[in-house]
Design a binder for this molecule. Structure first.
Ligand SMILES: Nc1ncnc2c1ncn2[C@@H]1O[C@H](COP(=O)(O)OP(=O)(O)OP(=O)(O)O)[C@@H](O)[C@H]1O
Ligand SMILES: NC(=O)c1ccc[n+]([C@@H]2O[C@H](COP(=O)(O)O)[C@@H](O)[C@H]2O)c1
Length: 168
């Protein structure tokens, strides 16, 4: 049984993340997804709660060809302890998929096999670019799975982000 681990903040979950998970689904038996910085919400860079991000992921992955687990992970103050913290909170995994330099470094130092997933139209498909489009009143819906559009509408996510920007 092989299990792959993928972590992100998913603020919001977008088509780039979906393409990584679809690549992983062909390569491992099960996928463990960590929702990083789970304790942070209602900021410009992290507008959505961990629970809202759980909804985005689970609804978007309903037809993924591989069993998956979604685990919210709070940050810890010491990077040197983070891998142990992740391991304590997740089902066991053998491979990590990440392009985040710190994540790659910490897992490599811990002796874990780390792979870099192919980037999917990175210029447009980043959380930062999507949040900026929401703030600018530009179309963003085509950059995320349809289920994420539904969740963000349900929670009035664009209005929340605009209010946070207004009170900054
Ligand atoms: N377009 C993409 N294609 C493939 N992988 C991506 C893409 N965007 C992000 N990732 C990867 O997904 C993981 C989680 O990234 P994250 O949740 O920070 O998304 P992000 O779009 O980079 O967000 P932000 O811009 O808010 O920092 C990282 O390993 C990141 O490299
Ligand atoms: N010390 C820590 O808590 C620590 C270290 C490395 C990564 N992380 C988290 O892992 C996630 C990585 O995701 P991104 O690739 O989206 O940045 C982030 O939520 C980040 O905060 C946390």
């Amino acid at each position: 049984m092989s299990r792959g681990f993928y972590v992100g903040r998913f603020q919001p979950y977008h088509n780039g993340h979906q393409s990584v998970l679809e690549q992983m689904a062909c390569r491992v038996d099960e996928i463990v997804i960590g929702i990083g910085s789970a304790q942070i919400s209602h900021t410009l860079a992290n507008p959505f709660t961990a629970g809202e991000r759980v909804l985005m992921l689970i609804r978007s992955l309903s037809s993924l060809k591989c069993p998956f687990y979604v685990i919210p992970l709070e940050d810890v103050q010491r990077n040197a302890l983070w891998v142990a913290h992740v391991r304590a909170m997740t089902p066991p995994f053998d491979t990590v998929y990440s392009a985040n330099p710190l994540v790659v470094q910490l897992f490599t130092e811990a002796g874990v096999d780390v792979r870099s997933p192919n980037m999917h139209e990175r210029l447009t498909h980043s959380g930062t670019a999507i949040r900026q489009r929401m703030l600018d009143g530009k179309a963003w819906e085509h950059l995320v799975p349809p289920a994420v559009v539904d969740v963000i509408q349900e929670i009035h996510g664009v209005e929340r982000l605009q209010q946070i920007a207004g009170s900054d």
